[in-house]
Ligand binder design. Structure first.
Ligand code: SF4
Length: 488
């Protein structure tokens, strides 16, 4: 069977020959699309439909089958009307344009729709492949555009596509990206014809321009591999390329930061590193009662509520554990929006009801909570005083871990709560039905949109509450553990 080089595969080929080969010849090796990626696709679809409204009178060129779509497009091209999802097959090259717009007597503009708010380098390769395919098929391309989301757009009533999108003329950039495209394509066609998968070493290309889905390439690495090195970056890559995969095998004389040295010593001994003086200093700054706070938020490409922007962070849930004194009584409050309307007002009302007026508010990686609160202060001036009071009391539980006052070998070079919590307390997210913030957002959006069957909503809401509660309950335990370790 003739192997097709599609636009997606061309972009894979730019990233890595192995990825291109697997995507063409052994698709089953690629992991299934996860819920979050599917959500990103769905958002893209929604944005694509909105962009079509920019071209009234346009015709959809979609069809149920591969060849049907190509043949349908061929027929529709004669009508000289904007075409949506127009497909072209030229030899082994296949591409689909989001929008083709007829211009001049016999030319077309390509309009590629993106859910991002900025033009990216990879977009030029994307459109240059499309342009090449159309031109190989005898279609004249005049200009190329990218329709990106205008992140300053504020929804008021119905979305207005003219305001929602920014149209960027990328004709010149596409022309440049198209230099040498023919030989690049020939090389890729040779790659996909190979009977065996080409070898490819892991490196920066695995996350550029997109995180590669082929996790199997990383599976040979040991537990304490050089890529876990704290802020390892280029240094980790150089070590790997020089045949050093385990941090325990890094030569003594290698240049490392103090924190990287602590990480290695800790991995060797299996013992935590503890700077008791620094821990004491941090703990002394916490003023009781302590309010352990965590938010869950969502953001959507197309804003859901009036007064909000694309990708605005909307809080819908919080968990708050309050502890009177070290080792003292703990109370818990939580809020989870109904999903039936803009949650921000009720969220703030509940938060201000429970957050008191003195005592430290403890968040993990507080910059996020602070940013959300600062934004809410602008949007809801009635709550400004409460929010400003909260902001003045916020302390970051990330501090002792980011600064290595405490480092546990089970953190494997990460200071994230997902690593620190199990390392220090034995509590874990492993058994949680919802174990990540992005999945919590999706679960809530699914409830809010009405997509989730009513019979599942109650259980999902309980899962959301448990997930957020583990974050703040876990923080209580982390502070308890820090106190113990500071005294040992
Ligand atoms: S993980 Fe890296 S090496 Fe493996 S296929 Fe992807 S880009 Fe290539």
């Amino acid at each position: 069977m003739r192997k097709i080089l599609s636009k997606t595969r061309y972009l894979y080929g730019i990233q890595c020959p192995k990825l291109l080969w697997v995507a063409t010849n052994q698709k089953e090796r690629l992991p299934e699309t996860d819920a979050f990626t599917q959500h990103v696709f769905d958002q893209g679809h929604l944005v694509g439909q909105l962009a079509q409204q920019l071209f009234p009178g346009g015709i959809s060129a979609t069809a149920t089958g591969f060849m049907e779509a190509i043949n349908k497009t061929r027929g529709l091209l004669k009508e000289r009307k904007p075409l949506f999802e127009a497909s072209v097959l030229s030899g082994q090259l296949f591409s689909r344009a989001d929008i083709l717009r007829p211009v001049n007597e016999d030319e077309w503009d390509i309009i590629e729709v993106k859910s991002s708010t900025q033009v990216k380098e990879i977009n030029f390769d994307d459109v240059s492949f499309q342009k090449y395919c159309w031109e190989q098929d005898g279609i004249k391309i005049n200009k190329c555009f990218l329709a990106c989301i205008n992140n300053q757009y504020i929804k008021q009533g119905q979305i207005e596509p003219e305001e929602f999108f920014n149209l960027h003329d990328i004709t010149a950039e596409v022309k440049k990206a198209g230099e040498g495209i023919q030989s690049r394509i020939e090389e890729m066609l040779e790659t996909i014809r190979l009977s065996n998968c080409p070898q490819a070493s892991i490196g920066p290309h695995c996350s550029d321009p997109y995180p590669c889905v082929m996790t199997e390439c990383w599976e040979h690495l040991p537990e304490n591999n050089v890529f876990t090195l704290y802020y390892g970056g280029q240094k980790a890559l150089e070590l790997y390329q020089n045949g050093i995969t385990d941090i325990l095998n890094i030569p003594e004389n290698h240049t490392l930061s103090e924190r990287q040295r602590i990480q290695i010593i800790s991995a060797e001994s299996g013992q935590p590193h503890i700077d008791r003086a620094a821990l004491h200093e941090f703990l002394d700054k916490l003023k009781y009662p302590l309010y352990f706070l965590d938010f869950e938020t969502f953001s959507t490409a197309v804003p859901l509520f009036d007064g909000t922007r694309p990708y605005q962070t909307i809080p819908f849930q919080f968990s708050l554990h309050i502890q009177d004194s070290p080792g003292g009584k703990i109370t818990h409050h939580s809020f989870l929006a109904s999903g039936k309307k803009d949650p921000r007002g009720e969220f703030l009302a509940a938060l201000c009801r429970f957050s008191g007026s003195n005592g430290s508010i403890v968040a993990y990686s507080k910059a996020f909570e602070e940013k959300v609160l600062a934004s809410l202060a602008e949007e809801f001036p009635d709550y400004r005083e409460c929010i400003e009071n909260m902001l003045s009391r916020t302390r970051d539980l990330l501090e002792p871990f980011r600064n290595f006052y405490l480092y546990h070998p089970a953190q494997h070079g990460s200071a994230s709560l997902k690593k620190v919590l199990p390392a220090l307390t034995g509590l874990s997210y492993d058994e949680m039905p919802i174990a990540r913030g992005d999945l919590a957002s999706l679960a809530f959006l699914s409830i809010a949109s009405g997509e989730m069957p009513e019979s599942e909503v109650k259980l999902k809401r309980e899962e959301l509450l448990s997930y957020c509660k583990l974050d703040t309950g876990g923080m209580v335990k982390i502070v308890d553990r820090l106190r113990e370790l500071a005294e040992i």
